[in-house]
Design a protein around this ligand. Structure first.
Ligand SMILES: C[S@@+](CC[C@H](N)C(=O)[O-])C[C@H]1O[C@@H](n2cnc3c(N)ncnc32)[C@H](O)[C@@H]1O
Length: 464
C-alpha cells in the first residue's frame, strides 16, 4: 500500500485491484456504462455546481465528504453490486477527520473513468452533496408550497427571502421585467434588499430574425441604470436556455424561475414521447415545408406556409420539449412559473406532470380530437376552469413521482426532481401580477383559446 495526495490530502492507494474490484470489474462494463457516462458528464452538465464541489475535496472536508458519499450510495437506487463496488472504491466505511483516506484509485478510475479527485467531485455532483445556496435565500419546498397554497401571488415569495432572485427564460422584449420592477422594485428597496434579476433569450442580438421578441434597447438601458444596491440586472442574448448554466455569472439557483409564453413548437412536443419522423411529418403538415437557408449571410429557417415564404431563426423548429424545460425549472428555482402557456404547449407539459403513463402515449400528437381520450377526467376538469379560476393538480390526479431528464444533454442530470405541488390557472393576465408582452397579446387573438398559467414547486427526489 502507498499513500498519494488528493488535493493535498494523503490517500491510501491499492497497488492492484482488490478482490471486490476484480469481481465488480466484470459487471461494470455490462450494467454500469450509463452510470459512468452520467458521472463523467456531470461536470459539463452543471459547471456552476461542479465548481462548488472543489471545496468538498479540500483536506479539511474530504473525510466527511467520503462518509457522506458512502451514506448516499448506500441509500441510493443503484444496483447493490454497483453500490458495494463504489463504497469499496472510497475505502473503509467510516473515516474520522484525522485519519488517512484509503481511496482505491484504480477501482475508482475503473468505475468513473476519472482520476481520483475528479472522480470524487463528480460523485459529489451525482449524489447531490453540494449545498448550493444558503437556505435563507432558498426556502424549503414545504414552505414554498404552504405559501402558494395560501393563495398569495407566487411573486410575493420574493419578498419573504433575504436574497431574492428571479431568472426569466426566453425573456423576449423584456416587458415582463419592466412590469415586474414597476410592481416590486420599491418594495425591495423599502425592505433594504438587493434584488437579482437575470433574463436570457436565444435570439441573437442584432439578428434580422425574431422581430418584436428582441430585447428592447430602451428597457435594457433603463434596467441597467437602476442602482446596483437595489437591482442586480443582467441579460444574456443569443444563449439557449439549456446552455444557460454555462454562464459564469449565473446563480446556481434562483428563488424563482419564470418562462412566459414558452416557445412553440420548441416546447409543444416531447421528443421522448414522439419520434422524429412523426414530428417532422406533423410539423410539415401543420406549419409547411421547411429548410435551412442563408439570408444576407445569416442562417435561417425558411418555412413555406399557406403560399407564403416565412423566415425564422435557424433553431425555430429545434424541438426541446417540456421535460427539458421542467428540468431546468426544477433544478434552478425554489418556485417556477410558466405563464401565458398556449394550449398546445400546456397539454404536452401536463402529460409530463402526471403520474399516469397512459397520459404520455407514444407517438400520439395531441389535438382537440385526441385530448379528451388521452386525458379523460383531467381534460374535463381543467377545461371547465373559467378565466381566472385555479386548481391544484393533485386534487385532480396524482402528480408524477419524479421528472426524468429531458433530451437536452446540458440540462440532463442523474438527480431527478419532482414537483410536490402544481397550481393551474386559466387566463393570460391576473390582477396584481406582472405580465409579459405575449400574455397581453392573447386578448387580441380571436383564434387562440385562453392560455394557461402554472405555478410549480419542485423538490429533489433523493437518489443517493
Ligand atoms: C413566444 S416568445 C415569448 C417571449 C416573452 N417571454 C413573452 O412572453 O413575451 C418565446 C421566446 O422564447 C425564446 N426562445 C425560444 N427558444 C429558446 C431557447 N431554447 N432558449 C432561450 N430562449 C428561447 C424566443 O426567442 C422568444 O423570445
Amino acid at each position: 500500500m502507498t499513500y498519494l495526495q488528493i488535493d493535498g490530502y494523503a490517500c491510501l492507494v491499492s497497488p492492484k485491484p482488490s478482490p471486490s474490484s476484480a469481481f465488480d470489474a466484470q459487471i461494470i462494463p455490462r450494467t454500469n456504462a450509463q452510470f459512468r457516462r452520467q458521472v463523467k458528464d456531470g461536470k459539463h452538465a452543471d459547471p456552476v455546481t461542479w465548481a462548488l464541489t472543489r471545496k468538498l475535496v479540500h483536506p479539511s472536508q474530504l473525510p466527511s465528504t467520503l462518509n457522506r458519499l458512502t451514506e448516499r450510495i448506500r441509500h441510493s437506487t443503484l444496483p447493490d453490486a454497483l453500490q458495494n463496488t463504489l463504497i469499496a472504491s472510497l475505502g473503509k466505511s467510516h473515516v474520522t477527520p484525522h485519519q488517512q483516506v484509503p481511496v482505491n484509485h484504480a477501482l475508482l478510475k475503473e468505475l468513473t473513468g476519472l482520476p481520483s479527485t475528479k472522480a470524487i467531485r463528480s460523485l459529489c455532483l451525482y449524489f447531490s452533496l453540494v449545498q448550493t445556496v444558503p437556505t435563507s435565500s432558498f426556502p424549503a419546498p414545504e414552505d414554498v408550497e404552504a405559501f402558494i397554497r395560501s393563495g398569495q401571488s407566487p411573486y410575493d415569495l420574493l419578498l419573504q427571502v433575504d436574497q431574492p432572485s428571479l431568472l426569466d427564460l426566453g425573456a423576449g422584449d423584456l416587458s415582463f421585467e419592466e412590469d415586474f420592477l414597476d410592481l416590486y422594485l420599491s418594495r425591495f428597496q423599502n425592505g433594504g434588499k438587493a434584488f437579482t434579476l437575470h433574463a436570457q433569450d436565444r435570439l441573437q442580438p442584432g439578428s434580422q430574425f425574431g422581430g418584436q421578441y428582441h430585447a428592447n434597447q430602451e428597457r435594457l438601458d433603463r434596467l441597467a441604470h437602476v442602482a446596483p444596491e437595489h437591482l442586480q440586472f443582467r441579460f444574456w442574448g443569443g444563449i439557449d436556455m439549456m446552455e444557460f448554466s454555462k454562464q459564469p455569472q449565473c446563480l446556481p439557483q434562483y428563488t424563482m424561475v419564470t418562462c412566459h409564453a414558452p416557445a412553440t413548437p420548441t416546447f409543444a412536443y416531447e421528443p421522448t414521447r414522439i419520434s422524429r419522423p412523426i414530428l417532422h411529418a406533423h410539423l410539415t403538415k401543420m406549419k409547411g415545408r421547411y429548410r435551412k437557408v442563408r439570408v444576407n449571410g445569416e442562417e435561417a429557417l425558411e418555412v413555406k406556409h399557406q403560399g407564403k415564404c416565412l423566415t425564422f431563426p435557424p433553431w425555430k423548429f429545434a424541438i426541446q420539449g417540456p421535460l427539458s424545460l421542467l428540468n431546468l425549472v426544477a433544478r434552478r428555482g425554489a418556485v417556477g412559473v410558466l405563464a401565458a402557456v398556449d394550449d398546445e404547449v400546456f397539454w404536452e407539459i401536463l402529460a409530463q406532470l402526471v403520474d399516469d403513463p397512459n397520459m404520455r402515449p407514444a407517438d400520439v400528437v395531441f389535438s382537440p380530437e385526441t385530448l379528451p381520450d388521452v386525458f379523460s377526467h383531467v381534460h374535463q376538469a381543467l377545461s371547465s376552469l373559467k378565466i381566472g379560476e385555479r386548481c391544484h393538480l393533485s386534487d385532480v390526479i396524482p402528480l408524477r413521482r419524479n421528472i426524468p431528464g429531458g433530451t437536452t444533454p446540458l440540462e440532463r442530470k442523474p438527480v431527478t426532481h419532482r414537483f410536490r405541488f402544481v397550481e393551474i390557472r386559466r387566463g393570460d393576465v391576473f390582477p396584481g401580477m406582472p405580465a409579459s408582452f405575449t400574455a397581453r397579446q392573447f386578448a387580441h387573438m380571436s383564434e387562440e383559446v385562453p392560455p394557461w398559467h402554472l405555478v410549480l414547486v419542485p423538490e429533489r427526489v433523493p437518489t443517493g
